[in-house]
Write a new protein. Sequence first.
Length: 376
Amino acid sequence: MTFQLLATDGAARRGRLITPHGTIETPAFMPVGTQASVKAMQLRDVAETGTEVVLGNTYHLMLRPGADRVAALGGLHRFMGWGRAILTDSGGFQVMSLAALRTIDEDGVTFRSHVDGTMHRLTPERAVEIQLKLGADVQMQLDECVALPASPEAVARAVTLSLDWARRARRAFLTAEGGGRLQFAIVQGGTDMNERARSAEGLVALGFDGYAVGGLAVGEPQATMFATVAATTPRLPREQARYLMGVGTPSDIVGAVARGIDMFDCVLPTRAGRHGLAYTGHGKLNLKNARFADDPTPLDEGMDCPASREYPRAYLHHLVRVGEPLAATLLSWNNIAYYQRLMADLRRAIEGGTLAAEAARLAAAWGDPRARSTAS
């Protein structure tokens, strides 16, 4: 078994995902390393935050430096100097985000490179081939992710196409894989509960190693996202990991954990860090604000992270204001550390049966009225 369910608190789950490059304690947050790099960070510092898995992207790594080159250099782990687990997206998100640069048909997707205009083809089988060359521990099927809002016809067509691609991806993966790596399917369906059910049931019948909920966090209200997750997770196998793609804010994560999600990824911690924003136990701080110019206190002295406890807010404010690259590094480091502490707190709360109380504590610390109902 690759996933062990250790404890529950309502629908929330405390688990452990076993991969060829180590164990992932869940609920887990995966920093995004799209191009084999977590932006502005050294991976040894990412590891020090407690991160056990990072995310890479098939589409971007296909373009640069290329899967064959990475394979020849010993695989993605050796290439980027990361000894822990790696999950790779399949390129399905780019089907939505790069819609102006791609054409889609029943067999796959043709992209015009956003880098140099060259043409590249992704099929379900090709996405599997690339991810195996990269050597990712957890690999995703190619799917069609539709932008919301979308017509019922577009959502239904994407579900049908993604199910067909899942069958092909699973067959290709099982034919080629022999090293204990895992392949996850992606549930689509927009916010149409019937289509979500059709997608989930079809994918579960194919027997993947885990299941992602895709196509959310694309602009829909948080309540809609939560309702969709709550309707989807009961249709997924209890004994396998569940991954909500592209999520999200701390309150998004708390609410999704309460509804049965085990894994998350999001660019938010590092993107916020590059824009002068810090996540702390006291809430989100905008270090651009003049009120920090004379503030001698650290970001969060209770954090076990040098960026959080060793630098005055006044210094970080100065770095942000003068555009020093060190600002992005220190704030991203703090933010990833905060997210990993959040996940550790959620794991402890589920083990102790106190998730509702932990959600209330987090909401009070942040002063976020929206977060107060995330665990309900």
